[in-house]
Ligand binder design. Sequence first.
Ligand code: NAD
Length: 440
Amino acid sequence: MTHSTPERPADIVARLRATFRTGRTKPVAWRTAQLRRLRELLTEHGDDLAAALHADLGKSATEAQRTEIGFTIREIDHTLENLDAWLRPEPAPVPAHLGADATAWTQYDPLGVVLVIAPWNYPVQLLLTPVVGALASGDAVVVKPSEMAPATSAALARLLPAYLDTDAVAVVEGGVPETTALLAERFDHVFYTGNGAVGRVVLRAAAEHLTPVTLELGGKSPAFVDRGADLKVVAERLARGKFLNAGQTCVAPDYVLTDPETAAALEPLLASAVEAVHGADPQTSAEYGRIVNERHFDRLAGLLGSGRVVVGGGSDRADKYIAPTVLADVDPDSPVMAEEIFGPILPIVTVPGLDEAIDFINDRDKPLALYVFGDDAVTRDRIVAETSSGGLGYGLPLAHLTVSDLPFGGVGESGMGNYHGRYSIETFSHRKAVLDKPLS
Ligand code: NAD
């Protein structure tokens, strides 16, 4: 891998910092102009990006549009619509001892030069959505696409400089050496999406400069299915949410947690839902994606042996294809339950009831998402009150992250900080406290 530009990281950061110091990125007009240009890039080159996503991940054009390009356009539109309101200084009540003429408020300051490091699974959305927040906040930004989605990385490295202010936005392509070199530089914020092991590397590097960090990580997100839930609807929604992007989604339901009777009733419904959504032979479906590379294929193929296959179970290494698979009778100590699956395998784990389900969740790392299927008010209330997760979805997997007015982020092992919509402004700005006591 080589840099898309021969410039050294230190020179890139110095150049962007010089731009930031001129004040050029601060006016709202510059910010909105950049966002409009980014929108143009996405509309004018949507097909190029979709082709790159297909090359990297076998992503269908529909999925590319919905979950990557369209998603980012919606985030841009939401930001353009609301930015003035979000940036408005917020008055704060002043205590009496300062006198009636004193006023106080908070206002957002851009941070400076920020670094965005993106993963391969949604390589457009997860790179550009943070960029929307950084530009809207008036920051200069260095972006590092994932080398594991090379076609998308190359497309972004070609297109971003053609549309955005190159004195304020730079793309650095590459893998570990290039990212390590970047992380040695002083940034004003580092925004990292990916796995927790690298998250620790990023946090350590940032500590050297006392740079604040957002870590968007993953983990095993449970889908709890309550007794009495409408299992046909549950099966259909799980079949769609779990197998989107061949299961390579950070908020995908990682496993189903339910009681044995519900599991037995759910199994055949999941089998028919998988077939209804992905066809009798998903390998021939234009909509069904592929595993990103052989390493991940081999890792996932090794997990197919846990439990009993309800549906799927097939794989084809030459095609990096793993069938949408549901596994039942899965032992909590089996390999498929050891780490985040990040692929199209859905194990069903059973527990006697709600108490044990809550303990099961709390015995493990705090997940990025938790899904609860069932209308029972006590169950719903107990799970939201007694567990901790980045987000919680009742009845529908993945969709909470499409609500731009909700913060998206993890807690504990699933990450720190959040973004989307106005929360991106919080992340990429400093909320400055101001007091004004007139002299006369
Ligand atoms: P990845 O391998 O593409 O890595 C992410 C980024 O880290 C890349 O840009 C890569 O170049 C860089 N990187 C890798 N090793 C590095 C090192 N030693 N030092 C510095 N940088 C390094 O992606 P991944 O980590 O395989 O992504 C999958 C994980 O990301 C899963 O755990 C998933 O749940 C999580 N994820 C989280 C979110 C979220 O929004 N919370 C979104 C997508 C993925």
